[in-house]
Write a protein that binds this ligand. Structure first.
Ligand code: PEP
Ligand code: MG
Length: 292
């Protein structure tokens, strides 16, 4: 089977009736880029940027971040690299952020909430991302969005960052801006959110957790943690519809994207992109190519 998958390298992700889907890979470290290329992914659909903060003993500087983003963009040689901004809090704690202990960290101070509350940290990352944008095809996406107002705040900060870079004569490109759809609020509001961004990437890990009110980290709940729950599937379908009705694309970057028992359904509802762990790319390609 492994050898058979190897023969799929260089082949298109196309069904027998000619429907094409983008197959990208998820990474959590710059070192993972080798696996992305080795498995012939078309791009990086989710670059979890947290590692930069987790492996550092203090806030990573703009230049440290810039060099990492630039390296990934260059190594991917023009293929799309979707970098997700900082998503700490909940299960990912970083000492120097000095966050207070919380009763319900998964519902707490995390991700975009921290970034909007501490814009100096957010701006450092955004400057690094925009500086790296000229070295490849970078896109930026934002985690844990619940409202249009958050997106407008993000865009305002980006406007400032771009004005500052311009004033300093530092080159940058315009990049695609997207959001993760990983809260029920974002899924329900996806018709309005779609008017403000260039793409959606559905984070089914958190979307399942928050829709079913089941802690994704509690092994005791594994049995009832049904990722095929119709409530989750309905939200996914609704998000894709709302994306397309507003002329933007929608992908899936949560674990569910690699579930080959759903590949046919994802294609049927028109999912444009699946981003899976590098080792799953060829397996999903095989499933796509076998789909009528
Ligand atoms: C998700 O929630 O589905 C997701 C892709 O993000 P993470 O697993 O990093 O929370
Ligand atoms: Mg998530």
């Amino acid at each position: 089977e492994k050898e058979l998958l190897q023969t799929l390298k260089g082949k298109e992700n196309v069904t027998q009736s000619g429907q094409v889907v983008q197959l990208y890979a998820n990474i959590g470290n710059t070192k993972d880029v080798a696996a992305v290329l080795k498995n012939d992914a078309g791009g990086i659909g989710l670059f979890r940027s947290e590692f930069l903060y987790l492996e550092s003993s203090d806030y990573p500087t703009e230049n440290e971040q810039f060099l990492k983003y630039k390296a990934v963009a260059e190594n991917m040689a023009g293929k799309k690299v979707i970098i997700r901004t900082l998503d700490i809090g909940a299960d990912k704690q970083v000492d120097y952020f000095e966050m207070e202990k919380e009763e319900n960290p998964a519902l707490g101070y995390r991700a975009i909430r921290i970034c909007l509350d501490r814009p100096e940290i957010f701006k450092t990352q955004l400057r690094a991302l925009y500086r790296a944008s000229v070295y490849g095809q970078i896109a930026i996406m934002f985690p844990m969005i619940i409202s249009v107002s958050e997106v407008l705040q993000v865009k305002e900060i980006i406007k400032e960052v771009k004005e500052e870079l311009k004033a300093q004569e530092i080159p940058f490109k315009d990049v695609e801006l997207g959001i993760m759809i990983e809260t029920p609020a974002a899924a329900i509001m996806s018709d309005e959110l779609a008017k403000e961004v260039d793409f959606f990437s559905i984070g089914t890990n958190d979307l399942t957790q928050y829709t079913l009110a089941i802690d994704r980290q509690n092994p005791k709940l594994g049995k009832i943690n049904d990722s095929h729950h119709p409530a989750v599937l309905r939200l996914i379908e609704m998000v894709v519809k709302n994306a397309h009705a507003n002329g933007i694309w929608a992908g899936i970057c949560g674990e569910l994207g690699a579930d080959t028992s759903l590949t046919e359904w994802f294609l049927k509802i028109g999912v444009d992109e699946l981003s899976v762990s590098p080792s799953m790319v060829l397996k999903v390609r095989k499933q796509v190519r076998e789909t009528k």
